[in-house]
Write a protein that binds this ligand. Structure first.
Ligand SMILES: [Zn+2]
Ligand SMILES: [Zn+2]
Length: 376
């Protein structure tokens, strides 16, 4: 997203009725449609080989053109309503460009698996997340007044793009090949016994094992000052919603994905169970950040709910260094860091002692700058 667009939108909530919402729809659909059209043009380079057999090109092309029409019409509406014509115009042009790109489709060759960018993975996760979590936050909002495009959303979209096009994708497609490799070196009897279990059972075992390690990685990130500077970026958001889940520093993504999963490699689970776990946990991570008021009275001590993780993000003193578990609060109970009072938290973010700059690049370099005192 351009610097101009950031200056225009960042740290400002978008107002209804001024042509800004339609400009946003036009531009977002225009960007997504352009990326999707590029996937049609260069499927071997940009799409994920494992996903290709699942696609129906005709249905996807129909959806793409429907999205282009909605995006173009939104651009026209913005042009009519917004005194500043440039965003509506940019949205219209972007959608027209996507239509032009998509119409020049080359017959795909699905056999080449040499190199790909997984652009389709980014587009699909963004669409699925938006379709599930935006209506959920609308109907069950904890903070009803909180806008979809609250302050800092541009920064978080950049995180979303960065992690889905980079690290997350990389981890998906390195953990499983690494696991297959490790499985060959394991004791065959042990490997057969573990991977021969029902998938559900393996899935639960992976949850229990990975969660134990991620509990301690997360707790260390709060306790070791140099690690806290990396992890504090995740805590810098003052609003909790589905998009805030993406705000994770690249160093932390690497540590979580590659150190947290090492124990898995020695266990001998089947790749299908690991795959199911990775997909599940990435959507669960979005869910626990969502701006929803669910309390789950019976499950709140069994599984990590939005309430549980919202307390972890609270800047209220009683909640400091609490609720580290990603999925199983039992680890916080065992290691005495659980905090689930009767009410929901009110304030989020880091305290005045940890001042995190705004913006993606500033946050990227923040842990490398001069050390400050750790607090919360
Ligand atoms: Zn934390
Ligand atoms: Zn979080």
């Amino acid at each position: 997203m351009s610097k101009l667009l950031r200056q225009h939108f960042e740290d400002r909530e978008i107002k209804k009725g001024s042509g800004q919402v339609s400009a946003f729809i036009a531009l977002s659909l225009g960007i997504l449609a352009t990326l999707a059209a590029l996937c049609f043009l260069f499927p071997n380079l940009l799409t994920t080989p494992d996903f290709r057999p699942l696609y129906n090109a005709n249905i996807l092309r129909g959806l793409l053109f429907a999205s282009v029409i909605i995006g173009f019409v939104s651009g026209v509406i913005s042009l009519l309503r917004n005194p500043s014509k440039r965003w509506g115009m940019a949205g219209m042009l972007l959608n027209a460009f996507a239509a032009l790109l998509a119409s020049g489709q080359i017959e795909p060759n699905y056999y080449d698996r040499s190199m790909y960018a997984g652009l389709d993975y980014f587009i699909l996760t963004l669409l699925i997340s938006a379709l599930v979590f935006i209506p959920m936050e609308r109907f069950y909002a904890k903070y009803k007044a909180q806008k979809l495009l609250r302050s800092g959303w541009v920064t978080d979209i950049k995180y979303f793009m960065f992690s889905h096009l980079g690290i997350q994708l990389l981890s998906f497609f390195t953990i499983i090949p690494a696991q297959i490799l490790f499985n060959q070196w394991l004791n065959p009897t042990w490997h057969q016994m573990v991977s021969g279990q029902p998938l559900v059972l393996q899935f639960i075992e992976i949850l229990i094992i990975v969660d134990f390690f991620s509990y301690w990685i997360h707790r260390s990130m709060h306790k070791v000052p140099s690690l806290w500077r990396i992890h504090a970026v995740h805590h810098s958001s003052h609003h909790m919603d589905w998009l805030a889940a993406s705000r994770v520093h690249v160093f932390e993504l690497i540590v979580n994905r590659f150190v947290g999963y090492i124990p898995l490699l020695f266990m001998g689970f089947s790749p299908a169970a690991t795959y199911a776990y990775l997909v599940f946990i990435s959507f669960h991570a979005i869910f626990i950040h969502a701006n929803v008021r669910f309390r789950f009275p019976y499950f709140r001590w069994v599984l990590a709910t939005p309430e549980f993780h919202h307390w972890h993000h609270s800047s209220e003193k009683e909640a400091w260094d609490k609720n580290f578990a990603a999925f199983l609060p039992i680890y916080d109970v065992i290691f005495k860091t659980a905090h689930l009072p009767d009410h929901l938290p009110k304030k989020y973010g880091t305290t005045a002692n940890t001042k995190i700059p705004e913006g993606f690049v500033a946050q990227l370099v923040y842990p490398l700058q001069n050390k400050q005192r750790k607090n919360n």
